[in-house]
Structures are given as structure tokens and as C-alpha cells.
Design a protein around this ligand. Structure first.
Ligand code: SF4
Length: 701
């Protein structure tokens, strides 16, 4: 078969953002391979990325044309795009007229391309008159966003992947990159193999594959991270391993932190965390002696009712040791989704404004509204992800438009989400696939184009903006998500949505970043396509991009100093275990699945690693319950029940059980959906849910 020139694109799964070459033969057959020229992965791909061709070519599950029902009692029927969008516009107008703009909302996704994110944000905040636009990135990164803002002034990931090869000490907290960010982990693993002096500390209640390469695994009790990082900080103070000169010149807040960390003895800290005092001291020794120290974290810290406190207490370790703004050093949040960063850049969350402007700042709101030619932007932050579904449940919110996400499986307390969607007056679901359990709640179902069926841009975990080309046509009548949004805006008679191409949207977004700390006004669409990916900021047209931030130690705070921030809460505020519900349930991902399996679930070879949901449980907890390996068990609390096979080991801490988050209802019942059990608590500032801590009991079925 003859091959055409490969198309360079980016993997659509995780925030590592690997480069992929897409080949199409003369019969239209697609194959993929790692792009060896791309700086992120240098040709490597993980199991998910290397099977993306199957996802792209298997279209039997695809939504092919708009479908609509005239009332909840009517069946869905095929309609034209005009009919569907006319109805959506009429319903949105009528609801807004009757109940005000805050009665409608958009719930979108970290998998949306930047241009789509930009447009929904503009539509909602500038033209519908509400800030009710939030994203499933709220479920993974919002605690990190607040952590960065509190300490270094803004949502700026300071470092690059290339810093991994320049560091000699890593603290990986609440993350399992071996499974969830595999190519990044390969780089770390290779680096350690070549440099045996490299030290890795892993903080996790489970002995994961990541923990298996650690020099030190701190198997803490869930929710005790703040106590641990404070104890490590105390040891750094004790051993005079802090960077006094850096602290004096470039930070504030050291005294308050010092006072706080000395309030807890090593003995108490070790007891609370469930680790040895000697291990706390060893972690501090590694960090204190590091020439380059990187701390990496993700959901184990972020998805917590004290997620922001966990973030700041970890970032403090980088600040008190002066390990930021230099090669091989810095705090590094690992982004879960491929474009959660792009969404944050365009302000695609209920409390953000475009281009890192501040929703609470009047001048910023005026500037953005003037740029868009819109009505004034409301200063009131909108409803966040879980708040939207609470508001649907209470009747305050009447209509919701869901784009590229599956809240019926992915949000906490899933039964409440189902009830909320049933109560909604009008639900629009815009997606590629019928595999999403959320589609069945739609009053209007809109078919969207998928990966390689549309063009646009994404930003990965290291601020790298890349272009994704359209390679094949979308099936049926599916349209680019951005086009669906601008067509809807036109139906609403809003001015400013007369786009002819995606590059029009990209150029507008770039222009709006001018003069901000994420300025990409020097990165035209043409330059991005011709020269390849760039790390922001790129403020002028010969600027090479910015691999590392804060090398001048001028931070984005009002006094330009890094703020060592005392956490508000030392102890966890999750729900409490009890005699009836004595086990702590934590949820997370497995290696070959992605989110709610709408894509990975249809690739046979990705279901061989772990074919079905399971409960991981410590053998001692199992023995007490007369449970044997492979038994079917019930996991339950007052919110619901899950029934799965149990896998027993000593790798998970006693008193803790783990369920993967990917599976929804299986064959019409509830038996795999972890979010039947998760709780409704959220961090009060970041509004990120507390997925990592629910009180449950387990018994043999
Ligand atoms: Fe895709 Fe992430 Fe795997 Fe890279 S590491 S191939 S971005 S899923």
C-alpha cells in the first residue's frame, strides 16, 4: 500500500501530550506511530496512544446526526442542524427571559481543543450573561491552580519536561505516573537508570508501579499529606537545609510556616501519617541535599476537601529550599487531561477570565468585554462542576449543555447526578459517541467531530502549545465542536461569532493574550503550523518560547515574591470512618483505560490488561471479613453499592480500599461505578471534589 506523508499531531489522552504521526494508506486505513522529532516523547507512545488508530476508525458507536425530543415523553428523533440549534436557541432564550441568565450553564471538558474552550467561554460570559461555564478539569486540576496562585501568584507551571533530566531528587505525591503519565515516567525511569544517584520519594497509600522504583515509599494514611510535608519542612529547618539567601530575597511567609511546623512533633506526625519517623527524616535528607529537586503531583493531592492545603504545603518544600526558577527544579503538577491547560488559559472555568485575567477585577472584565464587543461581564463567579448538578437538583438551574464529558459516570455521588439530569428542563449533550451514559438524558443530542477529524490547538502539562490537524472527515453529519458553538451563537443573534475558520478563533484568542503573562501574540497560526510547538509565553514573532519560568525570581504576586503559604487545615476534613463504615475508599485510574472508557473501552487490546472493575484490598482487612482473593464483594455506604471482584495484596495500606473510576453501569446495573460511593464534599476554595476519601464497608456478596 502506498502511504501519504504522515500528519503530525498530538495524542488526545493525557496531559503529557505526546507527538504522534498519523499515516493513511490509499485505502484510507489509519496507522499511528510516535513522532521521534517531537521533544516530549521522542518517538515513544504508551499503550493508549499507540492504539488511537482503532478509536479513530471504529465508528459503530458514533452519533451521526442531531437528535431531539419535543418533550421528556417523546422519543428522540433525527432532526437537521438548523432544527436542533433553532430549538436550543429558543429554549435558552425563553429560560433566560423567565429565570435570568444564571439559570443556564455549560459543562465542558479538558479534552476540548483550545478554540472550542475559548468560544464557549466567550459565549457564556460575554453574551449569555452568566459565568456558569465549568469543566471536568475542575475534577482534576483546580486545587493545583489555587495552589500556584497562592504561592507563585498565578496558574503558571514553572518547569519543563527537560528539567526531569536535570534534577537529582523527586518527590512524587498522590500520583502514579507509571500508569497515568507513562511516557513522562519512562523519561524519569531512564534518567534514574543512567544516574543511580537520583533519588525518588513516592508518597501514596498504595504501592503502585511508580512506588516500585522509589528509593523511599512513604505509604501514608489517606488525607495526611499536609502533616507529612510540614514534618519534612520541620526537618529541613532543623538540619539547616533551607536556602536562607533565596528565602530572604525572594519570599514572604517563612516565619509563619516555621511556627506552624514546630507545633507538631515528629512522633505525632509519624503517628498521624502512619509512617516511620526515620522515613520522614530520610525524605528531608534527600530533599535537603538535592542539587535539583522536583516535586510532582496530581489527583492524590488535588481531589481532596483540603486539596489546596495539600498543594501549598508541598509547594512550600520547593520554596524553602530555593528549588524553583533554575534548571532541574520546581513544583510540577501533572495535568490529567490533554488540554486542561488550554482551558485554563482561555479562562474556561466558572471563576476565571480569558488569558489569566481576573474575573474579580473590574478593569479586567471591562477589557475582555470591550475586546469581545459584548455586554458587561458579571463579577459573580459561576457554578462549578458539582455546584451545577446541585443547582439542577434543587431546580435553580434549568438548562445545561454538556460537551465532551460524561458526568453520569465521572462526577461524585453519581445517583445525585442522574436525578439532577432527570429534573433538568432542557439538556443538550454534544459528544462523539453513544458510549457516554450521559447521552440518554439529552433532549438534544449533537454529533461532534473527534480526534483527527478536526483541527485546533492544545497545551500540555509543560505549557507546550501544539497544533492538531484535520486528517479525515467526521462520520455522518458531525461538526467541529467550535463550529457547533458559533452556529448556536449565531442562532441567538449574538454579534462576534462570524468565523470562517478555526484559525480565526485561534487568532482572536492570541490577540486577547497580548500583554498578559501568557502572551502568545508572537505565535501566529501560520508560525505554529510551520515551526511546530512552543511553550508559552511567546510574546513576539521571533520569540523562541519559554521552557522555564521565574528564572529572575520575580513571581506573579503583587510584591513579586513567592509566598510561602501556611495551610489553613493540617488535618483532613473528609467524612469520617465509623464502626459501620470503617474503610477508606480511594478511587483512581488503571493503565490502559481513560476516563469513562468511551474511547478505550472499544479497543480490545486495551481491555486485556484489566478487563473489568475490581476492588484492591489489603489481605488483613479481607481476612477479618472472611473474604478470599477473587470473591465477589459488596462495597457500600449510604449513597450506594458497588459489586466487583476483589484483588487481595499487601500493597495497599490496611484500612484503605481502591476502586478504578472508569467503569459506569455494567449491563444496566450499578455494579462497577465507583462514584456510586464517593461523597459530595469539595475543597472550599478550589471546589474540587473529595474523590480520594469515602467511608465504606466491604462484605462478601
Ligand atoms: Fe498519550 Fe499520555 Fe500515553 Fe503520551 S503518555 S501516548 S499523551 S496517553
Amino acid at each position: 500500500m502506498s502511504k501519504s506523508k504522515p500528519h503530525k499531531t498530538i495524542c488526545s489522552y493525557c496531559g503529557v501530550g505526546c507527538g504522534i504521526l498519523v499515516n493513511q494508506d490509499s485505502n484510507g486505513k489509519i496507522t499511528v506511530e510516535g513522532d521521534s522529532d517531537y521533544p516530549v516523547n521522542k518517538g515513544m507512545l504508551c499503550s493508549k496512544g499507540m492504539n488511537l488508530n482503532y478509536v479513530a476508525q471504529e465508528t459503530s458507536d458514533r452519533i451521526l446526526y442531531p437528535e431531539m425530543r419535543w418533550s421528556k415523553n417523546h422519543p428522540m428523533q433525527k432532526v437537521s442542524w438548523d432544527e436542533g440549534l433553532d430549538r436550543a436557541a429558543a429554549v435558552f432564550k425563553s429560560i433566560i427571559e423567565k429565570h435570568g441568565p444564571d439559570s443556564v450553564a455549560f459543562y465542558v471538558s479538558g479534552q476540548c481543543l483550545t478554540e472550542e474552550y475559548y468560544l464557549v467561554n466567550k459565549l457564556t460570559k460575554g453574551f449569555l450573561g452568566t459565568n456558569n461555564i465549568d469543566t471536568n478539569s475542575r475534577l482534576c486540576m483546580s486545587s493545583a491552580v489555587v495552589g500556584y496562585k497562592k504561592t507563585i501568584g498565578d496558574d503558571n507551571v514553572p518547569i519543563s519536561y527537560e528539567d526531569i533530566e536535570l534534577a537529582d531528587t523527586f518527590l512524587i505525591a498522590g500520583a502514579n505516573p507509571a500508569w497515568c503519565h507513562p511516557i513522562l515516567f519512562r523519561r524519569l525511569e531512564n534518567h534514574k537508570q543512567k544516574n543511580p544517584n537520583v533519588k525518588i520519594v513516592v508518597v501514596d497509600p498504595r504501592k503502585t508501579q511508580t512506588a516500585s522504583i522509589a528509593d523511599l515509599h512513604l505509604q501514608i494514611n489517606p488525607g495526611t499529606d499536609v502533616v507529612l510535608y510540614n514534618a519534612i519542612a520541620r526537618r529541613l529547618f532543623d538540619k539547616k537545609r533551607i536556602d536562607k539567601s533565596y528565602i530572604e530575597k525572594h519570599t514572604t511567609g517563612i516565619q509563619q510556616l516555621r511556627e506552624l511546623v514546630y507545633q507538631t512533633s515528629y512522633k505525632d506526625a509519624a503517628k498521624i501519617c502512619g509512617v516511620e519517623i526515620s522515613d520522614i527524616k530520610k525524605a528531608a535528607q534527600y530533599i535537603g541535599k538535592a542539587t535539583g529537586f522536583i516535586n510532582m503531583w496530581t489527583m492524590g493531592l488535588n481531589q481532596s476537601v483540603i486539596g489546596v492545603d495539600k498543594n501549598v504545603s508541598l509547594i512550600n518544600l520547593s520554596l524553602i529550599t530555593g528549588q524553583i526558577g533554575k534548571p532541574g527544579a520546581g513544583p510540577f503538577s501533572l495535568t490529567g487531561q490533554p488540554n486542561a491547560m488550554g482551558g485554563r488559559e482561555v479562562g474556561g472555568m466558572a471563576n476565571l477570565l480569558a488569558a489569566h485575567r481576573n474575573l474579580l477585577n473590574e478593569q479586567d472584565r471591562i477589557d475582555v468585554a470591550n475586546f469581545w464587543g459584548s455586554e458587561p461581564i458579571s463579577p459573580k463567579p459561576g457554578l462549578t462542576a458539582t455546584e451545577m448538578f446541585d443547582a439542577l437538583d434543587s431546580g435553580k438551574l434549568k438548562a445545561i449543555w454538556v460537551i465532551c464529558t460524561n458526568p453520569v459516570v465521572s462526577l461524585p455521588d453519581a445517583k445525585k447526578v442522574e436525578r439532577a439530569l432527570e429534573k433538568a428542563n432542557f439538556v443538550v449533550v454534544q459528544d462523539i459517541s453513544h458510549n457516554s451514559e450521559t447521552t440518554k438524558y439529552a433532549d438534544l443530542l449533537l454529533p461532534a467531530a473527534g480526534w483527527i477529524e478536526k483541527e485546533g490547538t492544545m497545551t500540555n502539562s509543560e505549557r507546550r502549545i501544539s497544533y492538531l490537524p484535520k486528517v479525515i472527515d467526521a462520520p455522518g453529519e458531525a461538526l467541529h465542536d467550535a463550529e457547533i458553538i458559533w452556529k448556536f451563537a449565531q442562532k441567538m443573534n449574538f454579534q462576534g461569532f462570524e468565523y470562517e475558520s478555526i484559525s480565526d478563533v485561534y487568532d482572536e484568542h492570541c490577540a486577547l493574550t497580548k500583554g498578559t503573562n501568557i502572551d502568545i501574540s508572537g505565535l501566529s497560526h501560520k508560525r505554529l503550523i510551520e515551526e511546530g510547538s512552543f511553550q508559552w509565553p511567546v510574546p513576539h514573532e521571533t520569540h523562541p518560547g519559554t521552557p522555564r519560568l521565574f528564572e529572575d525570581h520575580k513571581y506573579e504576586t503583587s510584591d513579586k515574591k513567592a509566598h510561602i503559604t501556611t495551610p489553613q487545615n493540617i488535618l483532613n476534613l473528609s467524612e469520617k470512618v465509623s464502626e459501620e463504615l470503617p474503610l477508606i475508599l480511594t478511587t483512581g485510574r488503571v493503565r490502559d483505560q481513560w476516563h469513562t472508557r468511551t474511547k478505550t473501552g472499544k479497543v480490545n487490546r486495551l481491555t486485556t490488561h484489566i478487563p473489568s472493575p475490581y476492588l484492591e484490598m489489603n489481605k488483613i482487612d479481607a481476612m477479618e471479613r472472611n473474604i478470599n482473593d477473587g470473591d465477589i464483594v459488596d462495597i457500600y455506604n449510604k449513597r450506594g453499592i458497588v459489586k466487583v471482584k476483589v484483588k487481595l495484596n499487601f500493597d495497599i495500606k490496611e484500612g484503605v480500599v481502591f476502586l478504578p473510576m472508569h467503569w459506569g453501569k455494567i449491563q444496566g446495573n450499578d455494579f462497577g461505578r465507583a462514584n456510586n460511593l464517593t461523597n459530595n464534599l469539595i475543597d472550599p476554595t478550589s471546589k474540587e471534589p473529595d474523590f480520594k476519601f469515602a467511608a465504606v464497608q466491604v462484605s462478601k456478596h
